[in-house]
Design a protein around this ligand. Sequence first.
Ligand code: GDP
Length: 449
Amino acid sequence: MNNNIDTIVSIATPMGTGAMSVIRCSGINVLKIIDTFFNKKLSPRYAYYLNFKNKERVIDDVIAVYYASPKSFTGEDMLEITCHGGPVMYQLIISEILKINGCRLAKAGEYSERAFLNNKMSIVQAESICALINAKTKEAAIAARESLSGNISQDIIKIDNVILNARIQVEALLDFSEEDIETEGLKSIEEHLNGCKKEILEIANRLEKNRLLFETSKVAVIGKPNTGKSSLINYFAKEDVSIVNAKAGTTRDVVSKMINFNGIPITIFDTAGIRETKDLIEIEGKEKAIKQAAEANLVLYLYDVKSDIDNEDEKILDNLKAINSNIIVIANKIDLIRKEQLNIFKKNNNDFIFVSIKEDHNMAAVKEEIIKYLKICMQNSSPGVYKLENSKHLKRAYEIINKIHLGLSELELVAEDLKKAQESISMVLNNDNDDRVLSGIFSNFCIGK
Ligand code: GDP
């Protein structure tokens, strides 16, 4: 059991107004809290309807559940109090509890951190909780929930065991002379290692698939001023995120917005209009736009169809193509030109999408094309930090095992390699000594988790 002296207290439901609020307490003073405010012995895991009292004054009637260590989320003694909703009530109750010596407010993710330190969950499960809390789409939440059930951890533990068994067999063979060793022994080790490689690859692919759900794809909207960039983002975000203004050059900086595109979370960047300019602020915004385009998974290039695609657009497009090959060109404002003119334009540029954002014309085609591109882009995008770390460890273990030469004269080297491979695998399961990694994960949690 981890020796945390402080008893932590916090709200576990969202702060603000609601029908009910849940307050969580964890630590050695939980029994004292129960005694002080309920003056009653609670059996673990039973829900009690009680008055939360300060001396004889009733503060609220609540439902209290006590969890005795180690059978609780954190592994410590825990108490969950469900009180009436609204910020005043839970603050009152929390401030009363905090008056007890050794109680303090919990930091973000501290319950989960304690659960991890008390071996109640693996680091993979902690990451999954984090992903679940922060999931922006239904698909991401389901994937995180599945991973939280421990499936991935179980598979990694399985790989860890297979390597361990192979190590034990190799170590055993090391004690015999070459003549005494039957080839059967080596064959069995080889089979174990092949199984390992297959499992590692399978799990790496699964993590990779999850990654696509949690990372957002970046889409940059580029074009000369007044071509409809902000209007396009507002159309997709269905709310005003940036200024739509008839005067050219109004979006001076980069504005971003998260949008759920059929289950694909994307961040869409509105950028400053690009055009030859001497205005310093605009130049600065222009540079940011170019940087955004370089970093994006996809660039949407807008132009005003009324003035047709001109030399300046062509020049910008050429520059863009040099930094990002994923570009969709959108000709906007087709409501402002005649049908015959539109047909000529379409004929000349048949890979462009002709739309009117204002009149909501052909916008479904834009959405469809964005999704098509992103599905391709996602296969090539780079992993986020934590997944990247995990993938790296798995890859390293795979490479070490893959390079192993199972010769009788090389058993010592094999033993050494297997040890390294196992170390890599255990890095995915447990980064216990790496506080930096830990605080990185848990600080992404919300208060009360
Ligand atoms: P940005 O400078 O590229 O971000 O362009 P805005 O989104 O601010 O749009 C500039 C102006 O064009 C605004 O007055 C919009 O209402 C208008 N606009 C945008 N899309 C269309 C469209 O499809 N048709 C017409 N007629 N006007 C549009």
